[in-house]
Design a binder for this molecule. Structure first.
Ligand SMILES: [Fe+2]
Ligand SMILES: [Fe+2]
Length: 188
């Protein structure tokens, strides 16, 4: 399996936009927290989160390729791991034709991906622009305000309830706490 160090290098070799690197770090942190919540393997969950958008810049004009390239790169490096590959592929199944998420790890990635974006957007409208000042309630207010960060798919986040059996407020709390613990790396 790819190490965290190898994964981070693959990410930063291919992603030039700092905000996108930070997004991947936020999803990594969230996946690690969710792996612990489910008593699953933190390392593979975290790496899937870290790498899920590593090909975003090179597939910008070809969304049907997004996530597939990451898996190709891992395979070329002989670092492919089926569990990680499938989770990465499933997060973009709407566009790349892969199966929708099939297990807890895959659903966790699918649901937390959008939520990290909503948390960042919520943080940026706080007076301090600091994660430390964001409460679950702030995120839930923005969750309910459909015109706020309208591109963020609320339904995808809310699937935590049916697919992960985690109530939405609790899910927001887990992801928010995971991001707070990495606030410096996230620049928030
Ligand atoms: Fe993506
Ligand atoms: Fe993402």
């Amino acid at each position: 399996m790819v190490t965290r160090e190898q994964a981070f290098k693959l990410l930063t070799d291919n992603v030039k936009n700092d905000n996108l690197v930070r997004h991947c770090l936020a999803v990594e942190a969230s996946m690690r927290a969710l792996a612990n919540y489910f008593h699953e393997d933190e390392e593979s969950w975290g790496i899937a989160g870290l790498l899920h958008d590593a090909d975003w810049e090179v597939t910008r004009d070809a969304p049907e390729e997004h996530a597939k390239k990451v898996v190709e790169w891992l395979e070329d490096l002989d670092l492919g791991d089926e569990t990680i590959n499938k989770a990465i592929l499933a997060h973009n199944h709407f566009h790349n034709g892969h199966n929708p998420p099939q297990n807890t790890m895959e659903w966790a990635l699918f649901c937390c991906d959008e939520l990290t974006g909503l948390i960042v957007a919520t943080t940026l409208v706080m007076p301090s622009k600091k994660l430390d000042d964001v409460a679950v309630e702030n995120v839930m207010n923005k969750f309910g305000s459909k015109s706020f960060a309208a591109a963020i798919d609320r339904e995808q986040i809310q699937m935590c309830e049916t697919e992960l059996d985690i109530p939405i407020e609790e899910f927001v709390g887990i992801v928010l706490d995971a991001m707070k613990a990495k606030s410096e790396e996230l620049g928030l």
